[in-house]
Design a protein around this ligand. Structure first.
Ligand code: PLP
Ligand code: LYS
Length: 479
């Protein structure tokens, strides 16, 4: 064991330590749970063991096994309420179910008065199972199938966001055949380069979503919709990307959408656009994955966006629309952690570059693909005990890499982090802020069953999704 985590040994052995930030200088630092990164109701008790909403993580692991997604229910609901207040009307907040959706979560969202954004027949099926009020459902997607569109109509989905000319034709036909008038939004590609990872930016010209504003496609889509009696245009939509911290991209998007609105009014007149009362600026609100991330509070960002829309509308002399949004990550992400059990631990000597400690856990890229896909950063902590285990000797910190159990060297959960030198197989690790796009992007790679999901609240825990079994996977075998 080294004398002190910040001692010279670490500077020599880990020249690349800056990737994980400075080494923690005390066991307290190693064990710290930064408030902006961890679920609101998480704390490390005097015995060193972490409780989430009053529930001991060891009890969760014993009861449900690991890997395990643990949702702080109150945290999720708090964030729903925060966005409802920021948008000044809960129904204008369309929780993006792609971040994470199961029946119980859909019920929470419904009970909070929020609307729900679904982007597939499968997400719609969960919403229906939860008896989510259909008029508060919005259906998204660049390639909704005819069957999905039909299911949406039959479910009475409130709005469908149109994404292509083929879809306008398909939906017009289906709505006519069902003898209904379907409310729709037109998704506009505003040409914004959002400051985020290339794979999660969605409003630059060269990608698959929406109708281009610059080329006139968006205005042409509106013309088409206005000519179809079975479709009613109720709004314009824009989504610039995901994990965005600053308002600049949203502001440009808002300005361009309002500009289009003004042009449309000139072209078609106020009466023809009477029903067009909503501008939905999508989701994308960023969250803190590590203590280096500083996302603005929802109210601040939403207010900035709303102010821009109002100002632009006054300038263009058009009525101010209702402003809707679609936060997914910002509601589901921060309140969930993934619990893993540490397995094999290897110290790999990197020549002149020191040693890298590989800590393997019992999950990996099958329950969190984000590190491999987007080079995402996460905060990970030992949670089943204090680093020093109550002993007086200071504990060393090892620059570590938390990896999964898959046959893939890119199977990394946390690329660089400091973990106690005393970490041993059987210890529990928790990775913070895994509520969005981890379970929902999970796979069965290497025939790994998907983890269970539990909710914790007021010292109690309950299962939301059970762990997959080998039988669940084998049931697909046709012979
Ligand atoms: C149309 C649309 N709305 C909302 C979201 C949710 O985004 P986020 O989870 O970043 O808030 C997405 C995903 O990026 C999306 O594509
Ligand atoms: N799945 C992405 C975000 C894309 C969201 C859907 N458009 C992520 O994990 O960050």
């Amino acid at each position: 064991m080294c004398a002190h985590p910040a001692g010279p040994r670490h500077a020599e052995v880990y020249p690349h330590a800056d990737q994980a930030g400075f080494p923690p200088s005390t066991s307290g630092d190693l064990d710290r749970l930064h408030a902006k990164v961890w679920p609101r109701n998480t704390f490390r008790a005097g015995d060193g063991v972490v409780r989430i909403a009053g529930v001991d993580v060891r009890e969760l692991a014993r009861t449900y096994g690991t890997p395990l997604f643990v949702i702080d229910e109150a945290d999720f609901k708090f964030r729903c309420a925060e966005y409802a207040a920021a948008f000044e009307d809960p129904s204008l907040v369309h929780y993006a179910g792609k971040a994470f959706l199961c029946t119980e979560v859909a019920r929470w969202v419904a009970a909070q008065g929020l609307s729900l954004d679904v982007c597939s027949g499968g997400e719609l099926a969960i919403a229906q199972r939860a008896e989510f009020p259909p008029e508060r459902i919005t259906f998204h997607g660049n390639n909704k199938s005819v069957a999905e569109l039909e299911a949406a109509i039959e479910a009475g989905v409130g709005t469908i966001v149109l994404d292509s000319n083929h879809e306008i034709a398909r939906l017009a036909d289906l709505a006519t055949r069902h003898d209904i008038v379907q409310q729709v939004l037109v998704r506009v590609t505003v040409g914004v380069e959002a400051h985020t990872h290339e794979f999660i930016a969605t409003a630059h010209e060269d990608q698959k979503f929406g109708f281009s504003l610059a080329s006139g496609e968006a205005a042409e889509a509106v013309r088409r919709v206005l000519n179809v009696p079975s479709l009613q245009l109720v709004g314009l939509h824009s989504h610039i990307g995901s994990q965005i911290f600053d308002a600049d991209g949203f502001e440009v998007a808002a300005r361009r959408v309002v500009g289009l609105l003004a042009d449309l009014r000139k072209e078609h007149g106020a009466e023809a656009l009477e029903s067009l009362t909503v501008v939905d600026l999508g989701g994308g609100y960023g969250i803190a994955y590590t203590d280096k991330d500083n996302p603005p509070p929802p109210a601040q960002l939403v207010t900035q966006i709303r102010d821009i829309v109002r100002k632009e509308c006054v300038f263009a002399d058009i009525p101010v629309p209702r402003i809707a949004g679609e936060p997914g990550r910002a509601i589901a992400g921060p309140g969930t952690v993934t619990l893993y059990e540490a397995g094999t631990i290897k110290d790999v000597v990197l020549g002149d570059e020191g040693v890298r400690r590989y800590v393997s856990v019992d999950g990996g890229m099958s329950d969190n693909i984000r590190t491999a896909l987007y080079d995402a950063a996460y905060d990970v902590r030992l949670v089943s005990r204090a680093s020093d285990d109550g002993q007086p000797d200071p504990v060393g910190a090892m620059l570590s890499r938390v990896v999964g159990k898959h046959c893939e060297s890119g199977d990394i959960v946390v690329r660089d982090c400091w973990l106690p030198e005393t970490l041993a197989p059987g210890d529990l690790l928790a990775v913070a802020a895994t509520g969005a796009y981890c379970y929902s992007m999970a796979s069965n790679y290497n025939q790994q069953p998907r983890p269970a999901v539990v909710a914790v609240r007021n010292g109690e825990h309950r299962l939301l999704l059970r762990r997959e079994t080998y039988d669940d996977m084998l049931r697909l075998e046709a012979s």
